[in-house]
Design a binder for this molecule. Structure first.
Ligand code: HEC
Length: 166
């Protein structure tokens, strides 16, 4: 595609890197760090959460529908899982820098739940019931951290509980 070609031409230094990442992804070797967005401030953490929330909403919406059986839809869901995963890995790095052992533990549980969902989505024979359960486990991991580290609500806005990130 011409547009894709132009994009590569203008980002010649990133080109080989993203091609490398893509090749690693095909091989199943992508490490979170390879695609990890930067989260160095509370504002960036919040943006990461919003992006993860949007991607996870797609997953939650699509999984229980008949469209789940389409390879293309499970493929799209895998892309959304990768987005959630990269945001969560970046959030974990932030919490580790803030020396929050609890934040790191809850992030690891989150990443494990995402790995389980990823594996189910990759099955050649779709297993929708298992996928629905796995999405629920991811949701529980989000909620567990929110219960522990977050305060506020939709109306007032959310923030870290005092004392976690200084
Ligand atoms: C390691 C802890 C942790 C995990 C895991 C986690 N969150 Fe969060 N999340 C937070 C904290 C803390 C906040 C409040 C941060 C802030 O806004 O200052 C937050 C805020 C949010 C917000 C509100 C952003 C805003 O202000 O509008 C959304 C949406 C969100 N998280 C979605 C998710 C989803 C979806 C998952 C699971 C896929 C998830 N979170 C997993 C800690 C976590």
């Amino acid at each position: 595609m011409a547009q894709e070609h132009d994009l590569n031409a203008t980002t010649s230094s990133a080109g080989p890197v993203s091609r490398f990442v893509a090749a690693m992804a095909v091989l199943g070797f992508v490490q979170a760090s390879a695609v990890e967005p930067k989260v160095a401030t509370v504002d960036e953490f919040r943006t990461a959460m919003k992006d993860a929330g949007e991607a996870f909403a797609v997953i939650t919406m699509m999984t229980p529908t008949p469209a789940y059986l389409l390879n293309s839809v499970r493929g799209d869901e895998l892309t959304q899982v990768a987005i959630v995963r990269s945001q969560m890995a970046a959030s974990r790095t932030f919490l580790a820098a803030k020396r929050s052992a609890e934040g790191v533990r809850l992030s690891d549980e989150m990443l494990d739940a995402l790995d389980d969902l990823d594996a189910i989505l990759r099955k050649s024979e779709p297993d929708q019931a298992a996928a629905i359960d796995a999405v629920e486990e991811v949701d529980k991991a989000c909620a567990a951290c929110h219960r522990s580290m977050r305060e506020g609500n939709e109306r007032t806005g959310y923030r870290f509980r005092p004392g976690i990130v200084g």
